[in-house]
Design a protein around this ligand. Sequence first.
Ligand code: DHB
Ligand code: MG
Length: 220
Amino acid sequence: MSLAHTPLTPELAEYLNTNFSAEDEFLQKLKEEAASEGLPQIAIAPEQGKILQTLIKANNAKNILEIGTLAGYSAIIMARALPDNGNLITVESEFKHALFAQKKIKEAGLEHIIQVQNSTGRDFLEEFEPEEEFDVIFVDADKPSYKYYLDKTTKFLKKGGMFIADNAFAFGYLLTETTERNPNEIKSIQGFNLYLKNHPQYLTSVIPLGDGLIVGVKIA
Ligand code: DHB
Ligand code: MG
């Protein structure tokens, strides 16, 4: 028996990306189009998409809130794991990104599930009163606001629901004192990871796929 864990080598990462991916041709094309229209080339990794779908199905989720739409890549992936009467609200601060995402959501035939809100996450949550509890909340937006998003949305999440956030590894800089990235972003993520870990209402773990997904299950 080996007690050591298996490091995620580039070869193993490639294996996961190839075999356990939520990306199809439509989503590949979405990324290409987003790039050609000048949107930032940022999206969750295909294998992160697959684990999100796995968690959504495992939770029998029907209602999802996403903060940070960008081109709609993750919204489309998550909506595909919802039942046909499911709902996904996704909040995007940049009008250009929201418009692009809306176009792709229509093309994907998911308009009846996904509602794009063009607003900052903070402005949106300041006013928001959901009709139903959320099963999953996924945050992939401005890093210094993650704590605010958690504090503001915990009451909207059902018990047993999941608060998930991207970039738990801080673009690879989590354990460094880099000056290559905005130190405020890195510090925010370092602080947020431990804040969620220590939160009495959550049981928290990190899934080391892509840039890391932190997952808190609401237990109280
Ligand atoms: C970057 C990556 C992300 O996943 C994100 O949410 C924001 C920025 C990046 O690589 O710059
Ligand atoms: Mg991200």
